[in-house]
Design a protein around this ligand. Structure first.
Ligand code: E4P
Length: 217
């Protein structure tokens, strides 16, 4: 399972990278705005800064919603750095763009996916990654994890190569559940990854080992 961090905050990306388990980064326009990154040139520079910190894939989202605009922006983003994956929304022209990029060998992440049908379309169009937003489904009392399971079943039925990128992960149990369901990738806040570290018996056990060592030395 690949671990991506879902942020545009360079300090958090560095922290995750230093932990040694980071495989990539996802961003979106809201995460960029949260870091105060505005204006096309600053946004493009920020993507390159992120690529220079991590070794893996970095999703960069297009703003255009028409085919011509998505293609223009996507090609500009892909030219920025070899690690860039063009993030395209699940809309009609987005599906056409996924196919266009796939034919050109440009890697994509189909975002804002909330149903198995949308995920099937994204795979048919050749998306590299599909991003089902499980946290946002949970927020409206729908079952986000069930969506991951349904997409896994469909993709396995037909050996689709599109990777399931479980997005909108909110906490560590989402990570564990997605791993059980066979999601290829998770993306969430640093805290959802760091939560995997924690167990009180580890802390208690270590404390006792160190105390016993001190008694004999
Ligand atoms: C995915 O790529 C999105 O950036 C992200 O996971 C959305 O998460 P949110 O629902 O916590 O905003």
């Amino acid at each position: 399972m690949k671990f991506f961090i879902d942020t545009a905050n360079l300090d958090q990306i560095r922290d995750a990278q230093e932990l040694g388990v980071l495989d990539g980064v996802t961003t979106n326009p809201s995460l960029m705005a949260k870091e105060g990154i505005t204006g096309r040139n600053n946004i493009l520079k920020h993507y390159v800064d992120i690529c220079n910190i991590v070794d893996g894939d970095v999703s960069a989202e297009v703003i255009a919603t028409d085919l011509k605009g998505i293609i223009k922006e996507g090609e500009e983003l892909a030219d920025l750095h070899e690690q860039i994956v063009v993030k395209v929304p699940m809309i009609r022209d987005g599906v056409k763009a996924l196919k266009y990029f796939s034919d050109k060998g440009i890697r994509t992440n189909c975002t804002l996916v909330f149903s198995p049908g949308q995920a099937l379309l994204a795979a048919k169009a050749g998306a590299t990654y599909v991003s089902p937003f499980l946290g946002r489904l949970d927020d409206i009392s729908s079952d986000g994890l069930n969506l991951i399971a349904e997409i896994r079943l469909i993709y396995d039925n037909y050996d689709f190569e599109t990777q399931i990128l479980a997005a909108s992960i909110r906490h560590t149990m989402h990570v564990i559940d997605c791993a059980k369901l066979g999601a290829d990738v998770m993306t969430g806040p640093l805290s959802s990854i760091e939560g995997l570290l924690k167990h009180p018996l580890t802390d208690i056990g270590l404390e006792k080992f160190l105390a016993d060592y001190k008694k004999g030395n």
